[in-house]
Every structure is written in structure tokens, then in C-alpha cells.
Design a protein around this ligand. Sequence first.
Ligand code: SF4
Length: 182
Amino acid sequence: MSDLDPVTRLLETARGNPVDDPFRVTGVMMQYYHVCKRELWFESRDLEIDRENPTVVRGTQVDETAYDDKRQNLHLGMIALDLLEDGRVIEVKPSSSLTEPAEMQLSYYLWYLDRVAGIEKDGVLAHPRERKREPIELTDDRVDRVEDAIRGIHDIVSQEAPPPAEEKPFCGSCAYHDFCWC
Ligand code: SF4
């Protein structure tokens, strides 16, 4: 295992530079880190599950019809995101209990675009139920939180076993429910 800081390892991997132990973080991993660390660990092991399960897609399972924007999908290395016509990155907040995961996923996209591609973008966190949009900028505080989360994700996915299950309001609809509670 490399002694490099996980943030440096991720950046070197994303830039295509030689690195002994590549490290990748997707937007979903950033989201799961803030939803359930056990779920993140399962995700990191590529466990084959039903991708139509409501919880696995809960980050995107929202009323998209609330928006009539033309969006552009952008794939860049480890991330895939949606751009609005004005160039801002949009992430949808699926429910009132999942604000932080959606905000951190969006912050990660902004951080990745800036650090890997040298592209400065602003974001917008959409709240379909309230038909509101909250502007999100990559502030110094968000940079610190993203980089702390990258290190935290590295700690979790490096463990040989998943963290213990802790019951959450959405466990009942989680794709990994049977791995935790049966
Ligand atoms: S069932 Fe609950 S504890 Fe288990 S992975 Fe899903 S959200 Fe996490």
C-alpha cells in the first residue's frame, strides 16, 4: 500500500500519472460516504445487486419532470455529471434527509473539475419538491470537506471487512438490506 496521501493518489490517478496504487472515488462513493459507510464499503467491492432497487438509485430517483432544462451529461475520468445550459453543474437533492450527501457529491464534482481539469464551475443543488435551487460554490471550506471525505473514504474501503450495520430510516429500502439485517 502506498504511503501517499489519498488525495494525492486520487489526483495522480485521475491525471493518468504513474502511481503504484491507483485510487478512485466516484460521485456515488462520495454520496454513500455521507449516507452509510457500510453501503460505501459494499459499493467499493462491486457487489452485484439489482440496480433498479430504490435505494441504490435514490440519489437520482427524483422527479426529473420538475425541470425542463436541456442538460448535458459530462463524463470525465472518475465522474459523470449533468451540466445546465448555463454551464453550472446540477445535482438533485432527493429528500430532505439527504441534503449533505447531495451537497458533498456536488462539491466533489466541482473540486474534481477544478483540480483535475483546471475547469472552474459553480453548481446548483436542486430541490424538486420545493421547486428551489441553491447555488453552490467551491469555497475553501468545501475544498477541506471534500479532501477530508476522500481520506475518510480511503479509510473505509481499505478495511478488510465492512463497518458494522447501524440502522437508518432508509435501511428498509436499501439494496444491501439482506446483508445487514437478515
Ligand atoms: S441496510 Fe442500512 S446499514 Fe445496511 S448498507 Fe443499507 S443503509 Fe447501510
